[in-house]
Ligand binder design. Structure first.
Ligand code: DON
Length: 311
């Protein structure tokens, strides 16, 4: 494995050649259309960001392009929930399992069963319900944590995407009500709205690299701020990213990339290189599992070049 010293030498030139080698992969994917507002994004925008071990940021491509976090918000919600409940109590309501099912599957929910894990929609909807009380407070806790990790106080949710998610999120609403039926969730649909809002939080690839860095480095922020330092919790989040962060593609992804990663259908992927650095990529066209195709290939080339796999 590459030393921290080598990684601190990564330049925008290095990342630019990786971006240029892999941007063509976007042609083989398809932008998510199941949420109508997501279908409107430009498939040609692409961005690549790394937060090096020393905390310096390297950005290339359309780095100012904002996109919605979608499922990447689930790792921040998980962090907040386990901090609040403690790991034992939190995992009384859901599992640590990996999956062979797509992200929106009703796996294991029938007959009072628990969600498989906090990365698939059912587990994430439950997680957010658990940290929600009144109105949008659960969403605000997630937003404020994203603002803290990225040191970017302009972060907010995209209202058009939120409305679109809410209007078309019938499967998610179904899961919410099944979880109410099994008494894993109590309370009203504002708690589900918080899930739609967290998915609609807008970020850049740089923000994702900072999130990856945070979980890679014991929940210490890229600038060294250690307010939330917690090695144990970082390990838990990274383990969930590794086994379920890329959904049913997690096993293949772990074999090829070998790093805790979390994708979102907005086209972003946040990657933690344990005890080293964070990677953030953006390119909207997705593969069949809902993961950014060009994003995956950029990560893969960086991993091969710098021998970053944990295995
Ligand atoms: O729940 C949904 O359908 C989306 N708002 C989030 C799902 C997501 O990002 C899954 N991803 N790869």
């Amino acid at each position: 494995q590459n030393s921290v010293k080598e990684l601190n030498k990564i330049t925008s030139k290095n990342l630019e050649s990786i971006l240029n080698n892999n941007k063509h992969w976007a042609d083989s994917g398809a932008v998510a259309t199941y949420i109508p507002e997501l279908a409107k994004v430009n498939p040609n925008k692409i961005a690549f960001s790394v937060v090096k071990p020393n905390g310096d940021v390297v950005n290339v491509g359309n780095i100012d392009q904002k996109f919605t976090m979608q499922s990447i918000s689930k790792i921040v919600a998980l962090f907040i929930a386990v901090k609040q409940y403690g790991e034992n109590d939190f995992f009384k309501r859901l599992g640590y399992y990996g999956t062979d099912k797509p992200f929106n599957h009703f796996a294991n929910l029938d007959n009072g069963g628990k969600p498989l894990n906090p990365m698939m929609n059912a587990g994430a909807i439950l997680t957010t319900a658990m940290i929600s009380n009144e109105g949008e407070d659960g969403y605000l806790r997630i937003r404020d944590m994203v603002r803290y990790i990225t040191k970017n106080n302009s972060i907010d949710y995209n209202h058009a995407v939120y409305q679109s998610e809410r209007e078309t999120g019938h499967r998610n609403r179904g899961m919410f009500h099944i979880l109410k039926n099994s008494e894993l969730i109590t309370g009203e649909e504002n708690k589900l709205d918080n899930y739609f809002k967290q998915c609609s939080i807008e970020v850049t690839a740089e923000d994702l690299a900072k999130i990856g860095y945070f979980f890679a480095n014991d929940c210490v922020r890229f600038d060294g701020d250690a307010t939330y330092k917690n090695a144990d919790l970082a390990q838990l989040v990274e383990s969930q990213m590794l086994i379920a962060g890329m959904y049913d593609a997690s096993g293949v992804y772990a074999r090829n990339v070998g790093l805790p990663s979390k994708s979102g259908v907005g086209g972003g992927i946040a990657v933690a290189v344990p005890n080293k650095m964070g990677i953030g990529v953006y390119s909207a066209p997705l593969d069949a599992a809902g993961n950014s195709v060009a994003g995956y290939h950029m990560i893969l080339e960086l991993v091969k070049q710098y021998d970053l796999s944990i295995f």
